[in-house]
Design a protein around this ligand. Sequence first.
Ligand code: KG4
Ligand code: ZN
Length: 355
Amino acid sequence: MSYHEAAAQKAREIAHSQKAMVLAMETSCDETAAAVVRDGRVVCANIIASQVETHIKYGGVVPEIAAREHVQAMQRVIRLALREAGMQYADMDAVAVTSGPGLIGALLVGLCAAKATAYALNLPLIGVHHIEGHIAANYIASPDLKPPYTCLVASGGHTLILDVQHYTCMRLMGGTRDDAAGEALDKAARVLGLPYPGGPHIERLARRGDAYAYTFSGAFNKARHLEMSFSGIKTALINKIQELKQAGTQLPEADLAASFQQAVIDALVQKTLWAAEQNAHDTIALCGGVAANTALRQAFAERAAAKGMRFVCPPLELCTDNAAMIGSAGAYRLFDGYTSGMDLNAAARWPLPGC
Ligand code: KG4
Ligand code: ZN
């Protein structure tokens, strides 16, 4: 039997049984990750080799260096994932991989590893949209979570409010018009002299500050549309810092961080709640790297509870980039009958697949 026939047969079995042990890979940015996920819900292994230490001296991710580091780490990370799961290649039913969006050179490393593995084992291959992966992290964290629900994706590159109608079908309702929420936090951190990636540093500093010391308005527009803007409040922060410096004041860094973070949180929470109300959904899900922010999680939990809505969010290790979420999203694609061919390519830009 040819690879094509064997993989197609296996894919049919998976779609029929709605069961699969998925080996997943993720290399879209600066984490080399591999995971083993059972039936889209249970993590058997989740290995992440972070490159943060390499990129920190450049103040951001250097794409070419990221790709080279992925090449060096990929096979070791896959072997570690299988070992942690106590499984072998022969126990796998399918291979899932992030095929976009992301850094093209970085994505291609995961893609080549996934194709080679699938081909050698006669297994179906499934290319996964990175954001669909972030969303699926909640299927792992909340085993009873089922669409429909309203989801906010807040990462370094995306801020999206989605009407999740089915596991593989989501409608874009709103989001940022300029910078992503994580990007805004990273830029704010940079102007406050904090290292990359700035989100966690802003959070740490903000804990000691007064969130209402300064008002950075603009991200949250009171009109009941679902669009946000974060680039204006970044400029407002830079202007405030200049003003304080010119006045010879010692910079109240913690208050500035806390107030900026609060402006981001207010916009994200209010707009997502409006979207859930519009959809008449009783569940709100949060995901993406920024979902690791404790103040954001708390604000969502409180505001959703006040509206009688359920709020779900993945644990911290499933908020930032990982391969377990790709294994879950990949499984749901396979359950719906999707597969990718050996001609699967990486896409630096890729709109979220619609319904
Ligand atoms: O999802 P992710 O790991 O990578 C992308 O797909 O972009 O998100 C990374 C983003 C960065 O902007 C980072 O600063 C932010 O998530 N982030 C946080 C926290 N942890 C990571 N932002 C705020 N608070 C955190 N604790
Ligand atoms: Zn991500």
